[in-house]
Design a protein around this ligand. Structure first.
Ligand code: IVH
Length: 683
């Protein structure tokens, strides 16, 4: 194939990927596989890196993030972002209808919509291109978080259509789907991080992150629910919703026109339980007068429009008996108590288990065995115990005695100051921990050896064939072939047989071989070091480049890496101080796994202004990501080193730099330069 000029190829890829994104998110059509899509995206990313001047702001690569923002600027809203009057009472909705009709007369039409429980967002499109994404803030001023908003795939970077105006503002709700929320929390639980309370908190926390790459990873989404422009483009709200949909915005198809209050009530009743089938959180419905002329007539109070109102659903809850508590041990040894309850019907499903998280939660609730407890379903997959009905406490209620020994291996549990969970310290001998660590090692985001999933690890552990990840690479066709186990599901009584037949065994061996190509950061994540999730593993791998440097790093050097705190540093040190772990790592090395990221990418030389100088880069910068700043040093002839010594020429210090690094540099008399000073050095 003849070499295409980069400009044309960048344009072609940009248009193709934007079109595929549109088809996928607006029309639910996948014209290519995820793999093909990723290949094109990677090609575009590479071309843009080689030719930064050709990158457009609306390139689909912006979706993957990469911008670090220190402080989000505060900006004034062109149209204030008001809130809605809300009520839990159907009578008050009828009152609202009466108030409206007094002003508009009897010819009124409403649009009923679901009230999405996320974070309000204002988007500005200028000549069809997304130019700003701003939070609600205090209603008058909000934070400009455009780099983060660009990573949200259901927010188009460009609007489609002939009737897109020169400037338009779109309002909507950004949210995190339940599945993403549960997945993120599971990851956090595994690495011992505090759990996010609900998808709304998770959304608002995510939108404020400084690293847009992390925002991209969290897969937020948005539903658009209003359109603002001067002059007004349409006559009614429903026409605006149709236009938003046409232009490529994500409009929930659940809205409905209603011409009587009874129809509004039917809408309210219909969604009361049906909303739990949706993949996102909703907390009520919004009733809006459809005609813009009538909206004008009705006007506004100081805080909210008189032409709209929110009806909020009461939480779905039920009362049932706490029968017992099950204590589960996870792969990190953390013990999680689970409430076992008398089955009860709640929002269409039978509930009998709920996580109680830790001993503090049991204490906070004041829970006793056989208590009548309140369970609530906020729509999340896992229901919550929210309160104890102390007035219904039976005579046979018994205090809950938290176990002092591991329910799986009888080792005394430990609880570190300041941590909520109890832990079983028997890492290498406690069956659920051994099994859990191996399951983590083979998981998709780690070594991706999925042919070993679904009970196969359990069988290998039981047979004594595998107790640590390195043993997986000792497995041969002969050891595996013919292994068999029957699993019985305790709840359903159904059985399932796992057998290692020819194809299964061949697939496993092939996947193990393939996993040897996984880059160092994934291997590091797969090792399952406490508090080292995949983002932390990437940061550590990027910084130290190989496992030997990581192993040699002192706690201080670890803490000096941006976003690595004391808890992670201590855990990494502890891991490498254990000879058994070092042995596992060495055996993985012998088996050919990647424990080195290799050389830093070649950077085109620009000048030799920094020739002979050495640099350490630390902190967050406004004009560069850390990698970009390091590239700029190399491109101008300088050298990057990993630690501060007397011989070091410069420490380039950004925001939020580790205090220990700063102290060391000051003590040793190393020159410290700011980002601006550095820019002058290479100017
Ligand atoms: S319309 C004048 N429609 O609920 C206010 N809001 O206090 C116009 N919300 O902060 C808002 N779903 O973020 C509207 N379908 C919907 C909505 C919705 C959720 C949020 C919105 C606002 C809050 C109302």
């Amino acid at each position: 194939m003849p070499e295409q000029n980069p400009e044309a190829r960048i344009l072609e890829l940009t248009q193709r990927l934007n079109y595929l994104n549109y088809q996928y998110y607006q029309n639910s059509v996948s014209e290519v596989t995820d793999y093909e899509f990723d290949q094109m995206l990677q090609e575009l990313q590479k071309l843009e890196e080689q030719h930064p001047a050709l990158r457009s702001d609306n390139s689909p690569t912006q979706r993957v993030g990469g911008t670090i923002t220190k402080n989000f600027p505060t900006v004034r809203h062109k149209y204030p972002m008001l809130s809605l009057g809300n009520t839990y009472s159907e009578d008050e909705v009828r009152e609202f209808d009466k108030r409206v009709r007094k002003v508009t007369g009897d010819h009124v039409e409403y649009v009923c919509e679901l009230k999405f429980d996320g974070v309000a967002m204002s988007l500005t499109y200028t000549n069809g291109a997304l130019t700003a994404g701003v939070t609600r803030g205090d209603g008058t001023r909000g934070d400009d978080i455009t780099p983060n908003v660009r990573t949200i795939r259901t927010i188009p970077l460009h609007l489609h259509g002939d009737d897109v105006p020169a400037e338009v503002e779109v309002r909507g709700e950004v949210f995190m789907p339940f599945t993403v929320f549960e997945e993120l929390n599971k990851e956090r639980e595994e690495i011992g991080e505090a759990l996010m309370a609900n998808p709304r908190n998770a959304t608002s926390g995510t939108l404020k992150l400084q690293d847009s790459k992390e925002v991209a990873r969290r897969r937020l989404s948005m539903f658009a629910y209003s359109l603002l422009s001067t002059p007004t483009l349409f006559e009614s709200h429903s026409q605006s919703l149709e236009a938003l949909q046409r232009w490529g915005l994500n409009v929930s198809p659940t809205w409905k026109k209603c011409s009587t209050i009874e129809e509004v009530m039917d809408f309210i009743h219909a969604w009361e339980t049906k909303r739990f089938e949706l993949p996102i959180a909703t907390d009520g419905i919004v009733v809006k007068v459809n005609s813009y002329a009538q909206q004008e007539e009705l006007g506004y109070t100081a805080k909210s429009p008189r032409w709209a109102m929110a009806y909020k659903y009461k939480a779905m809850e039920a009362v049932t008996e706490l029968l017992g508590i099950e204590y589960n041990v996870g792969r990190t040894g953390a013990v999680t108590p689970v409430a076992l309850m008398k089955p009860v019907l709640l929002a269409g499903t039978t509930v009998k288990r709920a996580s109680l998280h830790n001993a503090n939660e049991i204490e906070r609730l004041g829970l006793m065995l056989h208590d009548q407890v309140m369970v609530e379903k906020g729509g999340e997959i896992i229901p919550k115990v929210t309160a104890v009905k102390t007035e219904l406490r039976p005579e046979n209620a018994q205090p809950i005695v938290y176990p002092t020994i591991c329910p799986a291996c009888n080792t005394p549990l430990i609880r570190t100051e300041g941590e909520a969970n109890h832990y079983c310290p028997n890492e290498k001998g406690c069956p659920p921990q051994v099994k859990g660590k191996l399951e983590h090692f083979i998981s998709r985001k780690a070594m991706n050896i999925l042919s070993l999933g679904e009970g196969k690890i359990e069988l290998l552990v039981e047979q004594g064939l595998v107790t640590s990840p390195d043993h997986l690479y000792d497995l041969t066709y002969d050891t595996l072939f013919g292994l068999k186990k029957t699993f019985v599901n305790e709840e359903t009584g159904k059985s399932r047989i796992v057998t290692f037949q020819k194809t299964t065994v061949e697939n496993i061996l092939k996947a193990l071989e393939k996993s040897k190509e996984a880059p160092f950061d994934r291997v590091l994540f797969a090792l399952g070091i406490r508090f080292v999730g995949n983002t932390v593993a990437q940061k550590l791998a990027q910084h130290f480049r190989n496992i030997d440097a990581l192993r040699a790093a002192s706690e201080e050097e670890l803490i000096a890496v941006p976003e690595i705190g004391g808890r992670i540093a201590a855990s990494v040190r502890e891991y490498f101080q254990d000879v058994a772990n070092v042995h596992v790592v060495e055996r993985l090395r012998q088996h050919g796994l990647q424990l080195d990221l290799g050389e830093v990418a070649v950077v085109e030389p620009q000048s030799d202004k920094l020739a002979g100088l050495t640099f350490v880069v630390s902190g967050i910068f406004s004009g560069y990501s850390r990698e970009e700043l390091q590239d700029a040093i190399v491109a101008n002839g300088g050298k990057i080193v990993s630690s501060i010594s007397k011989k070091l020429s410069y420490l380039v210090a950004g925001d939020k730099m580790g205090p220990s690094k700063l102290e060391k540099a000051t003590t040793l008399g190393v020159k410290i330069v700011s980002e601006e000073e550095f820019n002058q050095m290479i100017a």
